[in-house]
Ligand binder design. Structure first.
Ligand code: CTP
Ligand code: CA
Length: 223
């Protein structure tokens, strides 16, 4: 990693990457979360670092270890992730690959919930902050390039296109995570890059190749 510092098309650029799931506590031993290995976000951070970027990698509890040569910030919940992201700004670009839990349990118990208490717990939820939308809409200190993901199971391109507009990010990488694609938890990904100019469908390739291609696009955009 040392040898790469100062070299490459992203030398001198600071890039934030979020990755992995978030864990929203129910009680000290239980949580709710999205399925996410962290593989795609980790590959993106590695690819950006490989092109010379200074990478701040904000990660939830992922299955895969973070790449070497990046600044790792470990978080648990969505609210912790937002705080860490805000602390990492300003950056030249920000890539939001985390599978953030949309909801958290309204009042997590500080004691373990017991079956013997009778009946099942009625969990009440409230919405988590939307980290991507928050950063995209910053009036001051918005990264020059903000990239999100849209994990969809149906009407992938339509949903991702409106998601890009609603959240205010520059690019969105749409991917079909229907169980039949086998993408969740696998080594491969099939994405469509959606920008203001339109949609560009990338062939199915490894997550490392998706990361390399995205990192190169980021480098071109920041040039
Ligand atoms: N995201 C985020 N903070 C959240 C939810 C999502 O930063 N609280 C980011 C993800 O990292 C991703 C993008 O927003 O880059 C889209 O996430 P997705 O779950 O597909 O979108 P949502 O707006 O949550 O819509 P839904 O889950 O209802 O499809
Ligand atoms: Ca979501």
């Amino acid at each position: 990693a040392e040898a790469r510092l100062g070299n490459g098309p992203l030398a001198g650029k600071r890039v934030l990457v979020t990755s992995g799931p978030t864990h929203e506590p129910i009680d000290p031993v239980r949580y709710i979360a999205n399925r996410s290995s962290g593989a795609q976000g980790t590959a993106i951070a590695r690819a950006l670092s490989g092109l010379g970027a200074e990478v701040i990698f904000v990660t939830g509890p992922a299955d895969v270890p973070p790449p070497e040569g990046v600044e790792v910030v470990r978080v648990g919940s969505a609210r912790e992730m937002l705080t860490a992201v805000e602390a990492a700004l300003p950056t030249d670009a920000a890539i939001f690959a985390a599978a953030v839990a949309d909801w958290r349990v309204k009042s997590a118990s500080d004691k373990k919930l017991k079956k013997t208490k009778g009946g099942m717990p009625a969990l009440e939820f409230e919405e988590n902050p939307d980290i991507l939308a928050t950063v995209s809409k910053l009036a001051e200190g918005r990264p020059g390039l903000v990239v999100g993901f849209a994990a969809e199971t149906d009407e992938v391109i339509e949903n991702a296109t409106s998601k890009r507009q609603r959240k205010g990010c520059d690019w969105i990488l749409a991917n079909d995570v229907s169980p039949a694609t086998g993408i969740m938890g696998g080594q491969e990904n099939a994405v469509t890059l959606i920008t203001a100019e339109g949609a560009e469908e990338w062939p199915r390739m490894t997550k490392a190749q998706v990361a390399d291609r995205l990192a190169q696009k980021v480098a071109d955009a920041l040039e």
